[in-house]
Write a protein that binds this ligand. Structure first.
Ligand code: UDP
Length: 491
Protein backbone atom coordinates (compact mmCIF):
# COMPACT_ATOMS: atom_id res chain seq x y z
CA UNK A 1 0.00 0.00 0.00
CA UNK A 2 1.76 3.10 -1.17
CA UNK A 3 5.40 4.00 -1.31
CA UNK A 4 7.68 4.05 1.72
CA UNK A 5 7.50 7.82 1.82
CA UNK A 6 3.73 7.80 2.02
CA UNK A 7 3.64 4.95 4.48
CA UNK A 8 5.92 6.77 6.88
CA UNK A 9 4.06 10.00 6.55
CA UNK A 10 7.02 11.75 4.99
CA UNK A 11 5.47 12.33 1.57
CA UNK A 12 5.87 15.93 0.58
CA UNK A 13 2.27 16.04 -0.64
CA UNK A 14 0.60 14.88 2.52
CA UNK A 15 2.78 15.55 5.54
CA UNK A 16 0.99 18.61 6.81
CA UNK A 17 -2.61 17.61 6.50
CA UNK A 18 -4.66 17.07 9.63
CA UNK A 19 -8.18 15.66 9.19
CA UNK A 20 -11.00 15.34 11.72
CA UNK A 21 -13.08 12.20 11.15
CA UNK A 22 -16.43 12.57 12.86
CA UNK A 23 -18.66 9.47 12.60
CA UNK A 24 -22.28 9.17 13.69
CA UNK A 25 -22.62 7.01 16.80
CA UNK A 26 -23.76 3.72 15.39
CA UNK A 27 -21.55 0.72 14.49
CA UNK A 28 -22.38 0.79 10.77
CA UNK A 29 -21.24 4.41 10.57
CA UNK A 30 -18.29 4.30 13.02
CA UNK A 31 -16.61 1.18 11.64
CA UNK A 32 -16.03 2.45 8.07
CA UNK A 33 -15.04 5.90 9.36
CA UNK A 34 -12.41 4.31 11.62
CA UNK A 35 -11.14 2.27 8.67
CA UNK A 36 -11.04 5.45 6.60
CA UNK A 37 -9.10 7.34 9.27
CA UNK A 38 -6.61 4.45 9.36
CA UNK A 39 -6.31 4.47 5.60
CA UNK A 40 -5.66 8.21 5.51
CA UNK A 41 -3.12 7.92 8.33
CA UNK A 42 -1.31 5.26 6.29
CA UNK A 43 -1.06 7.87 3.53
CA UNK A 44 0.71 10.32 5.81
CA UNK A 45 -2.26 12.27 7.17
CA UNK A 46 -2.68 13.14 10.83
CA UNK A 47 -6.07 11.49 11.50
CA UNK A 48 -8.13 12.48 14.53
CA UNK A 49 -11.32 10.57 15.25
CA UNK A 50 -14.11 12.16 17.28
CA UNK A 51 -15.95 9.86 19.66
CA UNK A 52 -17.93 9.69 22.88
CA UNK A 53 -16.20 8.30 25.99
CA UNK A 54 -18.59 5.32 25.77
CA UNK A 55 -17.58 4.27 22.26
CA UNK A 56 -13.93 5.16 22.45
CA UNK A 57 -12.60 2.15 24.36
CA UNK A 58 -14.82 -0.26 22.45
CA UNK A 59 -14.82 0.67 18.79
CA UNK A 60 -11.57 2.55 18.69
CA UNK A 61 -9.39 -0.32 19.97
CA UNK A 62 -8.69 -1.08 16.35
CA UNK A 63 -6.58 2.05 15.96
CA UNK A 64 -4.04 0.80 18.54
CA UNK A 65 -2.25 -1.33 16.01
CA UNK A 66 -2.16 1.53 13.52
CA UNK A 67 -0.62 3.76 16.19
CA UNK A 68 1.94 1.10 17.09
CA UNK A 69 2.99 0.93 13.44
CA UNK A 70 3.93 4.59 13.77
CA UNK A 71 1.04 6.26 11.98
CA UNK A 72 -0.40 9.48 13.26
CA UNK A 73 -3.90 8.60 14.43
CA UNK A 74 -5.72 9.49 17.63
CA UNK A 75 -9.11 10.01 19.27
CA UNK A 76 -10.63 13.02 21.03
CA UNK A 77 -13.86 12.68 22.97
CA UNK A 78 -17.08 14.64 23.41
CA UNK A 79 -19.79 13.89 25.95
CA UNK A 80 -23.34 13.33 24.70
CA UNK A 81 -25.76 15.48 26.77
CA UNK A 82 -28.23 12.63 27.31
CA UNK A 83 -29.62 13.90 30.61
CA UNK A 84 -30.46 17.26 29.08
CA UNK A 85 -32.73 15.61 26.52
CA UNK A 86 -34.29 13.19 29.02
CA UNK A 87 -32.54 10.00 27.91
CA UNK A 88 -31.04 7.42 30.28
CA UNK A 89 -27.23 7.16 30.44
CA UNK A 90 -27.11 3.80 28.66
CA UNK A 91 -28.42 5.32 25.38
CA UNK A 92 -24.91 6.21 24.27
CA UNK A 93 -25.13 4.73 20.81
CA UNK A 94 -28.05 4.72 18.36
CA UNK A 95 -28.26 0.93 18.32
CA UNK A 96 -29.12 1.07 22.06
CA UNK A 97 -32.11 3.35 21.44
CA UNK A 98 -35.40 1.48 21.13
CA UNK A 99 -38.38 3.78 20.38
CA UNK A 100 -39.15 6.60 17.90
CA UNK A 101 -39.36 9.09 20.79
CA UNK A 102 -35.95 8.02 22.09
CA UNK A 103 -34.58 8.29 18.57
CA UNK A 104 -35.85 11.87 18.30
CA UNK A 105 -34.26 12.76 21.65
CA UNK A 106 -31.04 11.05 20.67
CA UNK A 107 -30.77 13.17 17.53
CA UNK A 108 -31.33 16.26 19.71
CA UNK A 109 -28.47 15.23 21.99
CA UNK A 110 -26.19 14.71 18.99
CA UNK A 111 -27.20 18.13 17.66
CA UNK A 112 -26.13 19.62 20.99
CA UNK A 113 -22.55 18.44 20.43
CA UNK A 114 -22.01 21.51 18.24
CA UNK A 115 -20.33 23.62 20.95
CA UNK A 116 -17.93 20.83 21.93
CA UNK A 117 -17.16 20.18 18.29
CA UNK A 118 -16.47 23.83 17.63
CA UNK A 119 -14.14 24.02 20.62
CA UNK A 120 -12.18 21.01 19.33
CA UNK A 121 -11.82 22.59 15.88
CA UNK A 122 -10.61 25.77 17.52
CA UNK A 123 -8.04 23.90 19.65
CA UNK A 124 -6.72 21.43 17.06
CA UNK A 125 -6.84 23.49 13.83
CA UNK A 126 -7.55 20.58 11.43
CA UNK A 127 -7.29 21.29 7.68
CA UNK A 128 -10.55 19.51 6.94
CA UNK A 129 -13.50 17.72 8.55
CA UNK A 130 -14.93 14.51 7.14
CA UNK A 131 -18.21 14.05 8.97
CA UNK A 132 -21.18 11.75 8.76
CA UNK A 133 -24.31 12.71 6.81
CA UNK A 134 -26.27 12.75 10.09
CA UNK A 135 -24.16 15.65 11.36
CA UNK A 136 -25.39 18.34 8.91
CA UNK A 137 -24.56 21.19 11.30
CA UNK A 138 -20.85 20.51 10.88
CA UNK A 139 -21.21 22.09 7.41
CA UNK A 140 -21.89 25.45 9.06
CA UNK A 141 -19.14 25.24 11.66
CA UNK A 142 -16.25 24.23 9.40
CA UNK A 143 -16.24 27.41 7.22
CA UNK A 144 -16.12 29.59 10.36
CA UNK A 145 -12.61 28.20 10.77
CA UNK A 146 -11.79 28.40 7.07
CA UNK A 147 -11.83 24.65 6.51
CA UNK A 148 -13.89 22.43 4.20
CA UNK A 149 -16.40 19.86 5.40
CA UNK A 150 -16.60 16.68 3.38
CA UNK A 151 -19.64 14.48 3.87
CA UNK A 152 -19.62 10.71 4.36
CA UNK A 153 -22.89 8.87 3.62
CA UNK A 154 -21.54 5.41 4.23
CA UNK A 155 -23.18 4.05 1.10
CA UNK A 156 -22.71 3.60 -2.66
CA UNK A 157 -23.14 5.99 -5.57
CA UNK A 158 -25.95 3.75 -6.73
CA UNK A 159 -28.03 4.21 -3.61
CA UNK A 160 -27.12 7.89 -3.13
CA UNK A 161 -28.21 8.57 -6.71
CA UNK A 162 -31.37 6.45 -6.44
CA UNK A 163 -32.33 8.15 -3.17
CA UNK A 164 -31.80 11.57 -4.68
CA UNK A 165 -33.79 10.82 -7.86
CA UNK A 166 -36.69 9.47 -5.79
CA UNK A 167 -36.55 12.59 -3.59
CA UNK A 168 -36.44 14.95 -6.55
CA UNK A 169 -38.99 13.33 -8.86
CA UNK A 170 -41.28 11.51 -6.38
CA UNK A 171 -42.22 8.62 -8.73
CA UNK A 172 -43.90 6.87 -5.79
CA UNK A 173 -46.58 9.56 -5.73
CA UNK A 174 -47.88 8.38 -9.12
CA UNK A 175 -48.54 4.72 -8.33
CA UNK A 176 -51.90 3.47 -7.12
CA UNK A 177 -50.68 0.99 -4.50
CA UNK A 178 -47.65 0.19 -2.36
CA UNK A 179 -46.94 -2.89 -4.48
CA UNK A 180 -47.14 -1.28 -7.93
CA UNK A 181 -43.72 -0.86 -9.55
CA UNK A 182 -42.26 2.43 -10.74
CA UNK A 183 -38.97 3.11 -12.51
CA UNK A 184 -36.51 5.49 -10.82
CA UNK A 185 -36.58 8.52 -13.14
CA UNK A 186 -33.42 9.96 -14.74
CA UNK A 187 -31.40 7.12 -13.31
CA UNK A 188 -29.32 4.64 -15.35
CA UNK A 189 -30.42 1.03 -15.71
CA UNK A 190 -34.24 0.94 -15.54
CA UNK A 191 -34.39 0.22 -11.84
CA UNK A 192 -37.90 -0.75 -10.72
CA UNK A 193 -39.00 -0.25 -7.12
CA UNK A 194 -42.23 -0.25 -5.16
CA UNK A 195 -43.45 2.27 -2.59
CA UNK A 196 -43.34 -0.50 0.05
CA UNK A 197 -39.56 -0.67 -0.38
CA UNK A 198 -39.01 3.00 0.40
CA UNK A 199 -38.18 4.29 3.88
CA UNK A 200 -41.20 5.35 5.98
CA UNK A 201 -40.00 8.97 6.08
CA UNK A 202 -40.01 9.06 2.25
CA UNK A 203 -43.43 7.41 1.92
CA UNK A 204 -44.99 9.88 4.34
CA UNK A 205 -43.98 12.90 6.34
CA UNK A 206 -42.50 11.96 9.71
CA UNK A 207 -40.34 13.76 12.26
CA UNK A 208 -37.33 12.39 10.41
CA UNK A 209 -38.41 13.89 7.04
CA UNK A 210 -37.42 17.42 8.11
CA UNK A 211 -34.09 16.22 9.39
CA UNK A 212 -33.51 14.33 6.16
CA UNK A 213 -34.07 17.52 4.14
CA UNK A 214 -31.57 19.29 6.39
CA UNK A 215 -29.08 16.49 5.66
CA UNK A 216 -29.63 16.86 1.90
CA UNK A 217 -29.27 20.64 2.01
CA UNK A 218 -26.06 20.39 4.00
CA UNK A 219 -24.72 18.03 1.34
CA UNK A 220 -25.18 20.70 -1.33
CA UNK A 221 -23.28 23.21 0.81
CA UNK A 222 -20.47 20.79 1.63
CA UNK A 223 -17.15 20.72 -0.17
CA UNK A 224 -17.81 17.25 -1.56
CA UNK A 225 -18.51 13.64 -0.74
CA UNK A 226 -16.12 10.87 0.30
CA UNK A 227 -17.47 7.50 -0.80
CA UNK A 228 -16.71 4.02 0.46
CA UNK A 229 -16.78 2.46 -2.99
CA UNK A 230 -14.54 2.15 -6.05
CA UNK A 231 -15.08 3.46 -9.55
CA UNK A 232 -14.98 0.13 -11.41
CA UNK A 233 -17.79 -1.23 -9.24
CA UNK A 234 -20.34 1.33 -10.39
CA UNK A 235 -18.97 3.54 -13.20
CA UNK A 236 -22.40 4.54 -14.56
CA UNK A 237 -23.60 5.57 -11.10
CA UNK A 238 -20.38 7.35 -10.13
CA UNK A 239 -20.63 9.36 -13.37
CA UNK A 240 -24.33 10.05 -12.83
CA UNK A 241 -23.60 11.35 -9.35
CA UNK A 242 -21.08 13.84 -10.70
CA UNK A 243 -22.43 14.70 -14.15
CA UNK A 244 -26.17 14.63 -13.54
CA UNK A 245 -26.55 15.34 -9.83
CA UNK A 246 -23.58 17.71 -9.81
CA UNK A 247 -21.83 16.44 -6.68
CA UNK A 248 -18.06 16.30 -6.33
CA UNK A 249 -16.94 12.99 -4.90
CA UNK A 250 -13.88 10.94 -4.14
CA UNK A 251 -14.06 7.16 -3.91
CA UNK A 252 -11.59 5.72 -1.43
CA UNK A 253 -12.86 2.18 -0.78
CA UNK A 254 -13.39 -0.53 0.01
CA UNK A 255 -12.03 0.87 3.27
CA UNK A 256 -12.34 -2.48 5.10
CA UNK A 257 -9.43 -3.72 2.97
CA UNK A 258 -7.04 -1.72 5.13
CA UNK A 259 -7.44 -4.54 7.69
CA UNK A 260 -4.92 -7.02 6.38
CA UNK A 261 -3.84 -9.03 9.41
CA UNK A 262 -5.99 -11.43 11.44
CA UNK A 263 -5.61 -9.13 14.49
CA UNK A 264 -6.92 -6.14 12.51
CA UNK A 265 -9.97 -8.11 11.46
CA UNK A 266 -10.57 -9.37 15.00
CA UNK A 267 -10.29 -5.95 16.61
CA UNK A 268 -12.69 -4.29 14.19
CA UNK A 269 -15.96 -3.04 15.67
CA UNK A 270 -17.42 -4.53 18.83
CA UNK A 271 -15.59 -7.15 20.88
CA UNK A 272 -16.18 -10.51 19.15
CA UNK A 273 -18.13 -12.99 21.27
CA UNK A 274 -16.28 -15.93 19.74
CA UNK A 275 -12.62 -16.67 20.13
CA UNK A 276 -10.96 -15.86 16.80
CA UNK A 277 -8.84 -19.00 16.83
CA UNK A 278 -11.86 -21.24 17.52
CA UNK A 279 -13.73 -19.58 14.71
CA UNK A 280 -10.86 -20.11 12.25
CA UNK A 281 -10.35 -23.72 13.38
CA UNK A 282 -14.03 -24.41 12.74
CA UNK A 283 -13.84 -22.85 9.28
CA UNK A 284 -10.54 -24.62 8.49
CA UNK A 285 -12.35 -27.95 8.90
CA UNK A 286 -14.77 -27.12 6.09
CA UNK A 287 -14.44 -27.46 2.34
CA UNK A 288 -13.74 -24.44 0.15
CA UNK A 289 -16.86 -22.40 -0.70
CA UNK A 290 -19.12 -24.74 1.29
CA UNK A 291 -20.13 -22.52 4.25
CA UNK A 292 -22.88 -19.92 4.19
CA UNK A 293 -22.45 -16.96 6.55
CA UNK A 294 -25.59 -15.28 7.91
CA UNK A 295 -25.51 -11.89 9.61
CA UNK A 296 -27.91 -8.93 9.60
CA UNK A 297 -25.59 -6.11 10.68
CA UNK A 298 -25.71 -4.18 13.93
CA UNK A 299 -29.24 -2.76 14.03
CA UNK A 300 -31.69 -5.45 12.92
CA UNK A 301 -33.65 -7.11 15.70
CA UNK A 302 -35.60 -10.13 14.48
CA UNK A 303 -38.24 -11.72 16.71
CA UNK A 304 -38.22 -15.34 17.93
CA UNK A 305 -40.49 -16.66 15.18
CA UNK A 306 -38.30 -15.15 12.44
CA UNK A 307 -35.18 -16.66 14.00
CA UNK A 308 -37.01 -20.00 14.15
CA UNK A 309 -37.77 -19.83 10.41
CA UNK A 310 -34.12 -19.01 9.64
CA UNK A 311 -32.98 -22.00 11.71
CA UNK A 312 -35.31 -24.35 9.82
CA UNK A 313 -34.36 -22.88 6.45
CA UNK A 314 -30.65 -23.27 7.10
CA UNK A 315 -31.07 -26.86 8.23
CA UNK A 316 -33.16 -27.69 5.16
CA UNK A 317 -30.58 -26.11 2.82
CA UNK A 318 -28.09 -28.80 3.86
CA UNK A 319 -25.19 -26.31 3.80
CA UNK A 320 -22.75 -25.80 6.68
CA UNK A 321 -23.30 -22.35 8.18
CA UNK A 322 -22.07 -19.65 10.55
CA UNK A 323 -25.05 -17.70 11.85
CA UNK A 324 -24.80 -14.54 13.94
CA UNK A 325 -27.72 -13.97 16.35
CA UNK A 326 -27.50 -10.73 18.29
CA UNK A 327 -27.78 -10.75 22.05
CA UNK A 328 -30.64 -8.27 22.00
CA UNK A 329 -32.71 -10.42 19.70
CA UNK A 330 -34.58 -13.32 21.29
CA UNK A 331 -31.44 -14.51 23.04
CA UNK A 332 -31.39 -11.70 25.56
CA UNK A 333 -34.57 -12.98 27.17
CA UNK A 334 -32.59 -16.12 27.94
CA UNK A 335 -35.34 -18.26 26.50
CA UNK A 336 -33.82 -19.62 23.32
CA UNK A 337 -37.28 -20.85 22.30
CA UNK A 338 -36.47 -19.59 18.81
CA UNK A 339 -34.36 -22.70 18.27
CA UNK A 340 -36.19 -25.82 17.05
CA UNK A 341 -36.06 -28.77 19.47
CA UNK A 342 -32.64 -30.50 19.52
CA UNK A 343 -31.35 -28.12 16.86
CA UNK A 344 -27.85 -27.53 18.12
CA UNK A 345 -27.29 -31.25 18.70
CA UNK A 346 -28.37 -32.00 15.15
CA UNK A 347 -26.22 -29.18 13.79
CA UNK A 348 -23.12 -30.20 15.78
CA UNK A 349 -20.10 -29.62 13.54
CA UNK A 350 -22.37 -28.41 10.75
CA UNK A 351 -23.70 -25.11 12.01
CA UNK A 352 -21.96 -22.56 14.21
CA UNK A 353 -24.19 -20.03 15.97
CA UNK A 354 -22.40 -16.92 17.22
CA UNK A 355 -24.46 -15.17 19.91
CA UNK A 356 -23.44 -11.52 19.91
CA UNK A 357 -20.77 -10.00 17.68
CA UNK A 358 -18.87 -11.86 14.95
CA UNK A 359 -15.52 -10.93 13.41
CA UNK A 360 -17.33 -10.53 10.09
CA UNK A 361 -14.48 -9.61 7.77
CA UNK A 362 -12.33 -12.42 9.17
CA UNK A 363 -15.11 -14.91 8.47
CA UNK A 364 -16.04 -13.61 5.02
CA UNK A 365 -12.41 -13.69 3.92
CA UNK A 366 -11.99 -17.37 4.84
CA UNK A 367 -11.74 -19.71 1.83
CA UNK A 368 -14.47 -21.97 3.28
CA UNK A 369 -17.12 -19.27 3.08
CA UNK A 370 -18.98 -19.48 -0.21
CA UNK A 371 -22.10 -17.39 0.38
CA UNK A 372 -23.47 -14.60 2.54
CA UNK A 373 -27.05 -14.03 3.69
CA UNK A 374 -27.08 -10.28 4.31
CA UNK A 375 -29.45 -7.47 5.22
CA UNK A 376 -27.65 -5.44 2.51
CA UNK A 377 -26.19 -2.78 4.80
CA UNK A 378 -23.61 -1.09 2.58
CA UNK A 379 -20.62 -2.11 4.71
CA UNK A 380 -21.70 -5.75 4.67
CA UNK A 381 -22.42 -5.55 0.95
CA UNK A 382 -19.00 -4.15 0.15
CA UNK A 383 -17.30 -6.61 2.51
CA UNK A 384 -19.11 -9.44 0.67
CA UNK A 385 -17.95 -8.02 -2.68
CA UNK A 386 -14.37 -7.66 -1.41
CA UNK A 387 -14.45 -11.28 -0.25
CA UNK A 388 -15.84 -12.43 -3.63
CA UNK A 389 -18.92 -14.25 -2.31
CA UNK A 390 -22.41 -14.35 -3.83
CA UNK A 391 -25.18 -13.08 -1.56
CA UNK A 392 -28.73 -13.84 -0.51
CA UNK A 393 -30.28 -10.39 -0.19
CA UNK A 394 -32.62 -9.75 2.73
CA UNK A 395 -33.03 -5.99 3.06
CA UNK A 396 -34.74 -4.62 6.16
CA UNK A 397 -34.54 -0.81 6.39
CA UNK A 398 -32.41 2.27 5.59
CA UNK A 399 -31.22 2.22 1.93
CA UNK A 400 -30.94 -1.57 1.93
CA UNK A 401 -33.61 -2.15 -0.74
CA UNK A 402 -31.55 -0.08 -3.18
CA UNK A 403 -28.48 -2.11 -2.29
CA UNK A 404 -30.46 -5.29 -2.99
CA UNK A 405 -31.24 -4.04 -6.51
CA UNK A 406 -27.60 -3.18 -7.01
CA UNK A 407 -26.40 -6.64 -5.91
CA UNK A 408 -28.99 -8.70 -7.77
CA UNK A 409 -29.70 -6.68 -10.92
CA UNK A 410 -26.65 -4.51 -11.58
CA UNK A 411 -23.80 -6.69 -10.30
CA UNK A 412 -25.72 -9.99 -10.68
CA UNK A 413 -24.05 -11.63 -7.73
CA UNK A 414 -27.05 -12.38 -5.56
CA UNK A 415 -30.51 -13.84 -5.17
CA UNK A 416 -33.31 -12.10 -3.25
CA UNK A 417 -34.87 -13.99 -0.33
CA UNK A 418 -38.12 -12.25 -1.27
CA UNK A 419 -38.86 -9.50 1.28
CA UNK A 420 -41.29 -6.88 0.05
CA UNK A 421 -41.65 -4.33 2.83
CA UNK A 422 -39.27 -1.76 4.38
CA UNK A 423 -39.64 -2.16 8.17
CA UNK A 424 -37.32 -0.44 10.60
CA UNK A 425 -35.23 -2.99 12.52
CA UNK A 426 -37.83 -5.78 12.78
CA UNK A 427 -37.98 -6.65 9.06
CA UNK A 428 -40.63 -8.18 6.83
CA UNK A 429 -41.33 -11.83 7.65
CA UNK A 430 -39.70 -14.60 5.63
CA UNK A 431 -40.60 -18.31 5.71
CA UNK A 432 -38.07 -21.13 6.09
CA UNK A 433 -38.78 -22.38 2.54
CA UNK A 434 -37.70 -19.01 1.13
CA UNK A 435 -34.47 -19.15 3.14
CA UNK A 436 -33.73 -22.69 1.98
CA UNK A 437 -34.41 -21.87 -1.68
CA UNK A 438 -32.34 -18.69 -1.75
CA UNK A 439 -29.40 -20.29 0.09
CA UNK A 440 -29.33 -23.19 -2.37
CA UNK A 441 -29.49 -20.75 -5.26
CA UNK A 442 -26.28 -18.96 -4.26
CA UNK A 443 -24.45 -22.06 -3.00
CA UNK A 444 -25.07 -24.89 -5.50
CA UNK A 445 -25.61 -25.31 -9.22
CA UNK A 446 -24.70 -23.53 -12.41
CA UNK A 447 -26.26 -20.20 -11.50
CA UNK A 448 -24.37 -20.17 -8.20
CA UNK A 449 -21.11 -20.81 -10.05
CA UNK A 450 -21.80 -17.95 -12.42
CA UNK A 451 -22.52 -15.58 -9.55
CA UNK A 452 -19.41 -16.76 -7.72
CA UNK A 453 -17.21 -16.19 -10.77
CA UNK A 454 -18.59 -12.69 -11.17
CA UNK A 455 -18.16 -11.99 -7.42
CA UNK A 456 -14.54 -13.17 -7.63
CA UNK A 457 -13.87 -10.76 -10.50
CA UNK A 458 -15.28 -7.88 -8.47
CA UNK A 459 -13.19 -8.90 -5.49
CA UNK A 460 -10.04 -8.72 -7.62
CA UNK A 461 -11.08 -5.30 -8.89
CA UNK A 462 -11.74 -4.08 -5.35
CA UNK A 463 -8.27 -5.11 -4.19
CA UNK A 464 -6.66 -3.50 -7.21
CA UNK A 465 -8.55 -0.25 -6.62
CA UNK A 466 -6.94 0.32 -3.21
CA UNK A 467 -3.41 -0.58 -4.30
CA UNK A 468 -0.97 2.07 -5.46
CA UNK A 469 -2.06 3.20 -8.94
CA UNK A 470 -5.60 1.87 -8.38
CA UNK A 471 -8.60 4.13 -8.78
CA UNK A 472 -9.40 4.55 -5.06
CA UNK A 473 -5.75 5.07 -4.17
CA UNK A 474 -5.50 7.75 -6.86
CA UNK A 475 -8.71 9.45 -5.72
CA UNK A 476 -7.46 9.57 -2.15
CA UNK A 477 -4.13 11.06 -3.20
CA UNK A 478 -5.90 13.59 -5.45
CA UNK A 479 -8.11 14.65 -2.55
CA UNK A 480 -5.10 15.13 -0.28
CA UNK A 481 -3.34 17.15 -2.95
CA UNK A 482 -6.38 19.37 -3.28
CA UNK A 483 -6.73 19.82 0.47
CA UNK A 484 -3.19 21.17 0.54
CA UNK A 485 -4.07 23.89 -1.91
CA UNK A 486 -4.47 27.34 -0.35
CA UNK A 487 -7.61 27.83 -2.45
CA UNK A 488 -9.45 25.14 -0.51
CA UNK A 489 -9.45 27.02 2.74
CA UNK A 490 -12.58 29.11 2.92
CA UNK A 491 -14.03 27.59 -0.29
N1 UDP B 1 -20.39 -6.33 11.95
C1 UDP B 1 -19.48 -7.22 12.49
N2 UDP B 1 -19.96 -8.22 13.27
C2 UDP B 1 -21.28 -8.40 13.54
C3 UDP B 1 -22.20 -7.49 12.97
C4 UDP B 1 -21.72 -6.48 12.16
O1 UDP B 1 -18.27 -7.09 12.28
O2 UDP B 1 -21.63 -9.34 14.25
C5 UDP B 1 -19.87 -5.21 11.13
C6 UDP B 1 -19.90 -5.49 9.65
O3 UDP B 1 -18.70 -6.10 9.23
C7 UDP B 1 -20.09 -4.09 9.07
C8 UDP B 1 -20.87 -3.35 10.14
O4 UDP B 1 -20.70 -4.09 11.35
O5 UDP B 1 -18.84 -3.47 8.88
C9 UDP B 1 -22.35 -3.25 9.85
O6 UDP B 1 -22.57 -2.28 8.88
P1 UDP B 1 -23.67 -2.46 7.76
O7 UDP B 1 -23.63 -1.24 6.91
O8 UDP B 1 -23.50 -3.74 7.05
O9 UDP B 1 -25.04 -2.58 8.54
P2 UDP B 1 -25.72 -1.75 9.75
O10 UDP B 1 -25.21 -2.34 11.00
O11 UDP B 1 -25.34 -0.31 9.58
O12 UDP B 1 -27.18 -2.02 9.53
Amino acid sequence: MGSEGEMNGTSSTTSKIHIFFFPFMTPGHMIPMIDMAKLFAMRGVKSTLLATPHDEPLFFRSIDRTQKLGFDIGVVTMKLPLQEVGLPEYCQNLHLVTSPDMRRKYLMAVRMLDKQFEKLVEEHHPNCVISDMFLPWTTDIAPKYGIPRLIFHGTSHFSMGATECVRLYKPHADVSSDSECFLIPNFPGEIAMTRAQLPDFVREETEFTKFYIEVKESELRSYGVVVNSFYELEPAYADHYGDVLGRRSWRVGPVSLCNKEIEDKLERGNRATINGKDCLTWLDSKETDSVVYICFGSMTKFNASQLHEIALGLEASGQPFVWVVKKDEAVEEGKEDWLPQGYEDRMQGKGLIIRGWAPQVLILDHRAVGGFVTHCGWNSTLEGISAGVPMVTWPVAAEQFYNEKFITEVLRIGAPVGVKQWMRQVGDSVKSEQVEKAVRKVMVGEEAEEMRAQARELSKMAKKAVEEGGSSHSDLMALLEELKSPKVAGH
